[in-house]
Ligand binder design. Structure first.
Ligand code: PGA
Length: 261
């Protein structure tokens, strides 16, 4: 099942996830990381960068694959995920730039960009740890409600809600692109360990639908229920609509030491 960890706050979850990544890199210096953008994982990346520096960890062989990219936003735009992944992950952590991949949102090649990205992920041996945020509508990556649970990397039309949520990063909603290229749900499910984080009351409904609702395309994140190794970190506010919260808390507090994250 999906392991649910109810944390005090984002900092606590970010520390646990950052420590998990450190441990995974030390075990496998060629780790393949699945990278989410958005505000949720930023603290994880900062903590990881700081641990890498303090402990002198060699990350030159670590590979990274972003989940998604806007279509037709120039790579140099401060909100393009090429730019964001470079400034929040590659530079601070010190990854080798050629090892960090973001799907191409170039409109002229968009028809083949999905298949090419899938090939690149496959050639790397597949994603070991996939970091995920979640949209208020239950999307992961840019897989909006209705996305096929078998989908692969492809173009998606963004919902008005997603464009509104992301307008905070642009000067106005009119600047938010209408389309994105995103790893599909089928692609994401192939990662060996899924780690989803959700903080704040705006995510409570999506979290409940993800963990305790039916597996359905209307809540794309509910596909996590099909994955053999998924871990979901939620703060108290994001956990308010969970029915089984006492069980999740008890299970985590009484977790045997031999049972890893
Ligand atoms: P957020 O976005 O991390 O900025 O909340 C998550 C998402 O929309 O997938």
């Amino acid at each position: 099942m999906t392991e649910v960890v109810v944390v005090k706050n984002k900092a606590q979850a970010s520390r646990i996830v950052s420590d998990l990544l450190v441990k995974s890199i030390l075990k496998n210096p060629k780790l393949v990381l699945g990278l989410a953008t958005g505000s949720t994982p930023l603290e994880v990346y900062k903590m990881l960068a700081s641990s890498v520096k303090k402990q002198g960890i060699d990350v030159s062989g670590v590979r990274g694959f972003a989940l998604d990219e806007y279509v037709a936003l120039p790579k140099g735009h401060h909100e393009s995920y090429h730019f964001v992944i470079n400034s929040t992950v590659v530079q601070p952590i010190g990854l080798t730039p050629e090892n960090a991949h973001v799907p191409s949102g170039d409109a002229s090649t968009i028809q083949r960009a999905g298949a090419e990205y899938e090939e690149l992920i496959k050639a790397s041996g597949g994603v070991d740890v996939q970091i995920l945020g979640i949209g208020t509508d239950g999307h992961i990556g840019f897989n909006e409600p209705g996305s096929s649970l078998a989908s692969r990397t492809r173009i998606k039309t963004l919902t008005e809600q997603t464009r509104l949520n992301n307008a905070q990063f642009f000067s106005s909603i009119d600047e938010v692109p209408s389309h994105a290229i995103t790893q599909g749900i089928g692609t994401i499910l192939e990662a060996r360990h899924l780690v989803l984080m959700a903080f704040g009351s705006a995510k409570a409904k999506a979290v409940a639908n993800t963990l305790e609702g039916p597996v359905c395309a209307f809540c794309p994140a509910s596909a996590l229920q099909l994955h053999p190794h998924a871990t979901v970190f939620v703060d108290q506010d994001a956990a308010t609509e969970l029915q089984n919260i006492d069980y999740y808390k008890w299970s985590y507090e009484n977790k045997p030491s031999w049972q890893e994250l």
